[in-house]
Write a protein that binds this ligand. Structure first.
Ligand code: F6R
Length: 359
């Protein structure tokens, strides 16, 4: 039931702080460290390479998770689109471990990869929102997202829950492996900060609605740009805008723009820069300046400690690994309000189904 909400998507965006708190409760209880099946951690620790597989938004959550696994656990981690991996499997390491990300647990493309993985008896974990779903039953291990039913076709709270669960797992695995980066990463405390941060962003809907009306309601195309984790979020931000507001949007590595695609920038093209990573903040700002010099309307989504006077949307500060959990929220809201402003059916965009059970 969507209660007083006009659309499920807005309700689900607003539920994200509660989902973060629920995950802390489910995975930590009264403990300081994540309570995760020891057999799962041992199986992952035994791997020489982690492969994360997903489609759409789940693929985007995998891109963020891979960086977190590498930073905290020191295990090479690569990400694959399930529909590609199923039929064009790359050469694999000797001891692979597979993680399947799927909100529904029913995506046919991802299931096909799991069928291949099981044929080789490789160990796997499905992270899903749906208990006893196909992918959850067929993997070696399974963990839940605890996000509650996601009704809107455009995924929001499942994406942030996926990243949070990946971070919790990376913390547990990194600690088990004795990694300093993992020991220092207080994920329980950080997810509390994230929940509060999400709350403060969803409390400033009015400002975000104004940004959408001013910059995104008319143009036919738009760009989200960023580097590293900000690039990963750019892909998800662009997908949200495309699927519900039908603005042709592209998520781009900000340094790559000048190698060709900048030719598409014209007067009034919206370019949204996501800036949350210390090492690359200045570079992305320069890349935004380059687009502004060619007529773009630049909009910034920036972590507070990196912010400047004329930034558009300011995010509360959290650990650098977890900034995607905050930077995606204004992007979800921008997509929502752009769609709403055009009078579209936010929850049921054309041509799309919630669960894609064909290959
Ligand atoms: C986009 C979206 C889709 C799904 C994709 C995978 O908002 O919802 O891109 O993320 O179809 O679905 P799951 O996660 O159920 O495997």
């Amino acid at each position: 039931d969507k209660g007083a909400y006009p659309f499920y998507m807005l309700k689900e965006i607003d539920e994200q702080p509660a989902v973060m708190r629920k995950l802390v409760q489910e995975y930590f209880g009264d403990h300081d460290d994540p309570q995760i099946d020891e057999n799962l951690i041992k199986a992952m620790a035994d791997a020489d390479h982690i492969y994360i597989v997903g489609a759409g938004t789940s693929y985007h959550a995998a891109l963020v998770g891979a960086r977190i696994f590498e930073r905290l656990c020191g295990i090479p981690t690569t990400v694959h689109i399930s529909s590609e991996f199923a039929y064009e499997q790359p050469l694999l390491s000797k001891k692979p471990f597979f993680i399947f990300l799927s909100q529904s647990g029913e995506t046919a493309d991802s299931r096909q990869v799991l069928v291949n993985v099981n044929a080789h008896k490789w160990p796997s974990l499905t992270i899903t929102n749906v208990d006893k779903s196909t992918l959850s039953r067929e993997a070696t291990f399974t963990e839940l997202l605890y996000a509650g039913p996601e009704i809107a076709v455009a995924s929001t709270k499942a994406y942030t829950a996926q990243i949070a669960v990946e971070a919790i797992l990376a913390k547990a695995l990194g600690e088990y492996l004795g990694k300093d980066a993992a020991k220092k990463f207080d994920v329980k405390h950080q997810l509390g900060l994230v929940a509060n941060g999400m709350q403060s962003i969803t409390d400033s809907k009015k400002e975000i609605e104004e940004v959408a009306a001013r910059y995104l309601s008319k143009p036919r195309n738009a760009f989200y740009i960023g580097r590293g984790l900000d690039w990963s979020v750019s892909l998800e931000a662009a997908l949200k805008l495309k699927e519900i507001s039908y603005v042709q949007a592209e998520g781009f590595a900000s340094g790559e723009l000048k190698h060709g695609t900048i030719a598409l920038i014209e007067k009034g093209t919206p370019v949204l820069g996501i800036i949350t990573q210390d090492r690359t903040a200045g570079l992305t700002r320069s890349n935004l300046d380059e687009t502004r010099a060619r007529g773009a309307n630049t909009i910034t989504i920036v972590s507070r400690h990196l912010s400047q006077e004329d930034d558009t949307i300011i995010l509360p500060d959290v650990d650098e690994c977890l900034t995607p959990l905050l930077s995606v929220v204004p992007a979800q809201l921008l997509a929502y309000y752009t769609s709403l402003g055009k009078g579209l059916d936010v929850d049921k965009p054309r041509n799309l189904a919630k669960s894609v059970t064909v290959q």
